[in-house]
Design a protein around this ligand. Structure first.
Ligand SMILES: Nc1ncnc2c1ncn2[C@@H]1O[C@H](COP(=O)(O)OP(=O)(O)OP(=O)(O)O)[C@@H](O)[C@H]1O
Length: 242
């Protein structure tokens, strides 16, 4: 079972006087989408970077499906975590077409299997007709959908999204948020997202986590989940370390 557990995480940047994460704990079960909200600088992106394996922990541990990814004496390399990433900066490879970008993480697959998976993913994000387009021939929203296809292609155990729509105009952002919510729910994808936008969090997530001062101070069902608009059972999710 792919449950993400963050237990009492402490992260301190070199040369910083105080740790940025100071006891962050949460438990996110299989197939759920959670959003982290909180004031600028409270450590949201740092939390995602630590889960992805880009920041070492000063204390605490991160486990996914029962496997410790980071903890005392353990630091699994980012590429061995089974974690997919979708960040604000759309980072498609400019010299590869949409299909090759989407299949980039599948280079070790056989050609047939890779082509099948890429077709499936491009259909999932609604861009199967644009497989041969180069990134500069795609709109910002289309590029971010290809980046989502690339992140989902290897079937990550967990998808991390850091402000994935913030570089897009408002209309594209709202449409894409709703669309991505459908894709994640349809795939039963466990995901943790960071956003500045409370409405986007309520749209995207089953669970909302509010951070302040490097810890979680609130963990509650989103409005969509609480109202039954999103068909996911709401189970009690105790903070791992309230
Ligand atoms: N590489 C780094 N080295 C030193 N300090 C850093 C580094 N990255 C982030 N910080 C600091 O850590 C704190 C938390 O940053 P982080 O990016 O996690 O916050 P955030 O909650 O995601 O903020 P925002 O909402 O503005 O993106 C900030 O004070 C930031 O300046």
């Amino acid at each position: 079972m792919t449950t993400l557990v963050l237990d009492d995480l402490h992260v301190r940047y070199a040369n910083a006087a105080a740790p940025v994460l100071r006891g962050l704990s949460l438990t996110l079960p299989l197939g759920r989408v959670a959003c982290l909200l909180g004031p600028s600088g409270c450590g949201k992106s740092t939390a995602l970077r630590a889960i992805a394996g880009f920041e070492p922990l000063a204390a605490g541990h991160i486990a996914l499906g029962g496997e410790v990814l980071s903890g005392p004496g353990v630091h699994l390399a980012p590429e061995r975590r089974g974690v997919g990433l979708l960040f604000q900066e759309i980072a498609l490879f400019p010299h590869l077409d949409a299909a090759a970008n989407a299949g980039f993480g599948l280079r070790r697959w056989t050609r047939d299997a890779r082509e099948r998976r890429v077709r499936e993913l491009l259909a999932l994000v609604g861009l199967d007709a644009l497989a041969a387009r180069m990134p500069h021939e795609l709109s910002g929203g289309q590029q971010q959908r290809i980046a989502l296809a690339r992140a989902l292609a290897p079937s990550p155990r967990l998808l991390l999204l850091d402000e994935p729509f913030s570089n897009l105009d408002a209309a594209t952002r709202d449409g894409l948020a709703t669309e991505v919510r459908g894709i994640l729910r349809g795939a039963g994808q466990t995901a943790l997202m960071v956003t500045h936008d409370p409405d986007e969090a309520e749209t995207m997530a089953d669970w909302i986590g509010v951070m302040a001062g490097g810890r979680l101070v609130e963990w509650r069902p989103s409005r969509a989940a609480a109202s039954g608009e999103v068909h996911c059972p709401i189970d009690p999710l105790p903070l791992a370390n309230p």
